[in-house]
Design a protein around this ligand. Structure first.
Ligand code: ADP
Ligand code: MG
Length: 357
């Protein structure tokens, strides 16, 4: 168990011109933490993970495992266990031989290796599968073999790059719970890469949301969901409306904004937001924090339904409010509500939050 620190880490690829694949990233991951790098394709997650693993060296910045500087140390001298999207198992070897691979390289004795392989297979609930061939296993089982192979060397850090992408939806959900359990039981510091925000939220102690090589926000899942730092984070984590509203006043941790119907409301804002009257605030409000009501309810924003989609758990609507399209997710909608109808929107004021551009 060890903490991992990235200090001002950047990576530029020679042929990719001037833009940095990873741009001045600062992250401190606590010992035993399940930490996720989350962001859209191409934002620099894999490059960041590969620098922690030692497959790439940073162009600038430092990486530490505990107090040790590992920035320029080769991968085989770092004690990291890596799990890939495509499993990268050896198809012609048995399960046990695959898992034992890292021990063989480390010249662990036969008896000791056999015991540790059984122990690792037990950890991933595959005890007794050692003699099977890889192609006799399902995708989910193969992924657990890959996990056992990473864990068997008792790595100081466990690095996982989109390990569930090749599994179907149901198995993906089961396996994410499994990975989280195994990580907590082993106590290994884990860095997990995914573009799937629901997966990140379900598994992680903390998440770094990345965009274009930069970290936009680091925080616990609830913090990121309820207090997104930027408009990008608000829209990428779950869904969100980001309304541009005129500022009429404020305090250190709130702003007063005007609403499209001429009313005003006070919205919580990050301390030191610096917004002044006359400027425009970006206010995030999630679709599930907007209630449907009648147009005559005092304080309700009047609008017109332009889209309506029943998904089972909720009904998703787009409501036009003074030219702005507002997303609403409602558990209950009035019977017969249809596109073109006038509705009132009740914003849950205490769930509204000011974000940065
Ligand atoms: P992600 O894992 O978030 O999808 P990557 O870290 O793979 O993103 O890629 C980040 C950026 O760096 C992309 O623009 C990608 O094209 C570029 N990149 C990644 N690896 C290389 C490489 N070996 N050579 C050149 N460019 C690369
Ligand atoms: Mg990637």
């Amino acid at each position: 168990m060890i903490d991992v620190t990235l200090e001002s880490v950047s990576k530029r690829f020679a042929r990719a011109g001037d833009t940095a694949a990873v741009d001045d990233v600062d992250i401190t991951i606590a010992a035993g933490e399940f930490f996720t790098l989350l962001g859209p394709s191409g934002c620099g997650k894999t490059t960041t993970l590969r620098m922690v693993a030692g497959f790439y060296f940073p162009t600038s910045g430092r990486i530490r495992f505990g107090a040790e500087d590992v920035t320029r140390r080769p991968p085989n001298k770092r004690d990291t266990g890596m799990v890939f999207q495509n499993y990268a198992l050896f198809p012609h070897m048995s399960v046990a031989q695959n898992v034992a691979y890292g021990l063989k390289i480390r010249k662990v004795g036969r008896a000791d290796a056999r015991r540790r392989v059984e122990e690792a297979l037990g950890q991933v609930h595959l005890a007794g599968y050692g003699g099977r061939r890889i192609d006799q296993l399902s995708g989910g089982q193969q992924q657990r073999v890959a996990l056992a192979r990473a864990l068997v060397i008792r790595p100081r850090t466990l690095l996982l790059d989109e390990p569930l992408s090749n599994l179907d939806a149901k198995l993906r959900e089961e396996t994410r719970t499994e990975i989280r359990r195994i990580q907590k039981e082993s106590g290994t510091t884990a860095i997990y890469v995914t573009h799937d925000q629901a997966e990140a939220m379900a598994m992680s102690d903390r998440i770094a949301v990345m965009e274009s090589g930069r970290v936009q926000q680091i925080g616990a899942p609830r913090e990121i969901y309820h207090r997104p730092a930027t408009a990008f984070v608000a829209r990428f984590i779950g869904r969100s409306n980001v309304l541009s509203l005129p500022v009429t006043g404020g305090t250190d941790d709130s702003v007063t904004v005007g609403l499209p119907d001429g009313g005003e409301t006070v919205v919580a804002a990050p301390v030191g937001h610096g917004l002044r009257a006359g400027e425009t605030a970006l206010v995030s409000v999630r679709p599930e924090h907007i209630g449907l009501t009648s147009t005559t309810e005092p304080g309700a924003l009047p609008g017109r339904v332009t889209e309506l989609e029943f998904t089972g758990m909720a009904t998703n609507l787009i409501v036009d409010v003074a030219g702005e399209s507002v997303q609403v997710a409602a558990i209950d909608v009035p019977a017969g509500l249809a596109v073109g109808d006038q509705v009132g929107l009740r914003l849950t004021r205490e769930r509204m939050w000011v974000v940065r551009p």
